[in-house]
Design a protein around this ligand. Structure first.
Ligand SMILES: C[S@@+](CC[C@H](N)C(=O)[O-])C[C@H]1O[C@@H](n2cnc3c(N)ncnc32)[C@H](O)[C@@H]1O
Length: 280
């Protein structure tokens, strides 16, 4: 089975594009969203830090964390680069509170419509953000312009491709149903991350790199907990949209909860590239 088994559909609820996110299944006001974001951080932070460290961050770097969510990476960047400034943005900055490093600045900012001055940052990082942005290539190109000469853009997103080859047809169907739901309601494309690093090159950047890891489910791993938290949160919408029947949802719970079930779920695709030293 391939991604083409989904019927193409036009995204809905996208008036003003970014507003779709704030009214969809992952809106911050959803009671379980903060816990889901903490689960995402627990699953992804190790890979993000590994990828960024490969770029040899310097203490003086100015960094931008787009769509910072609950902020673990924004905090880490600020502490890794204490001589520079880190800006953490989000549509909703309500989770970016508490004890923040002095050089971390929180900014309510919509990357779809707002900008930064050209040549401002040594490092721009965005995780689980671009996959949800309908005009993602245009915004990627805009963000590339905010880099200083030699600066790095690091984009990390989930791709559904591992689940599509599942030997369990119901698991595959549920993964496709989730991808279709997010596409319809947010404009998300869970097949786009696999196309990296081409979008970064198309944005005019050079020296691309790629790191992909595949999460597992059924084993109480961090990736399992993220999959389960996400599935539980989108389940009502999947049923409402008739993408899964109540019987299928119950069968899926039994399958994933069975002691012998193990499978691949989502891939975490990390891609990076940089602006040339002479500013391209
Ligand atoms: C799935 S969460 C990921 C959070 C964080 N990057 C992480 O990986 O832990 C996506 C975040 O992007 C934010 N977001 C969505 N659309 C945005 C936009 N147009 N501009 C800025 N932030 C946005 C959401 O509010 C949410 O906090």
């Amino acid at each position: 089975m391939t991604q083409h088994t989904t019927s193409p559909s036009e995204p809905r609820h996208l008036s003003g594009e970014s507003q779709g996110y704030q009214h969809g299944a992952f809106a911050h006001r959803t009671a379980t969203e903060l816990d889901r974001l903490l689960t995402l951080q627990a699953d992804w932070d190790t890979q993000t830090k590994y990828v960024v460290q490969r770029l040899h961050p310097e203490r003086s770097w100015d960094c931008l964390e787009l769509g910072a969510g609950a902020g673990s990476i924004a905090r880490w960047l600020a502490m890794t680069c204490p001589g520079g400034h880190t800006i953490a943005t989000d549509l909703d900055t309500g989770f970016l509170t508490g004890n923040l490093p002095d050089n971390l600045h929180v900014l309510r900012h919509d990357v779809t419509h707002e900008s930064f001055a050209a040549g401002s940052f040594d490092l721009i990082h965005a995780r689980a953000l671009f996959v949800h942005l309908p005009a993602r290539q245009q915004i990627l190109t805009k963000a590339a312009g905010w880099l200083k000469p030699g600066g790095w853009l690091v984009i990390e997103d989930p791709d559904v491709f591992p689940a599509l080859t599942s030997p369990h047809p119901l698991f595959c169907k549920a993964a496709l149903a989730g991808a279709e739901l997010l596409h319809r309601t947010l404009g998300t494309d869970l097949h786009w991350p696999r196309t990296q690093p081409a979008p970064l090159l198309q944005a005019g950047l050079t020296q691309p790199g790629l790191h992909i890891s595949i999460g597992t489910v059924g084993d109480d791993s961090a990736s399992h907990r993220l999959w389960q938290a996400t599935f539980d949160q989108i389940r009502p919408a999947l049923l409402r949209e008739n993408l899964l029947t109540p019987d299928e949802a119950a069968e899926l719970d039994a399958l994933v909860g069975s002691p012998t079930f193990r499978d691949a779920c989502l891939a975490t695709v990390s891609a990076w590239a940089r602006r040339t030293h002479h500013g391209r």
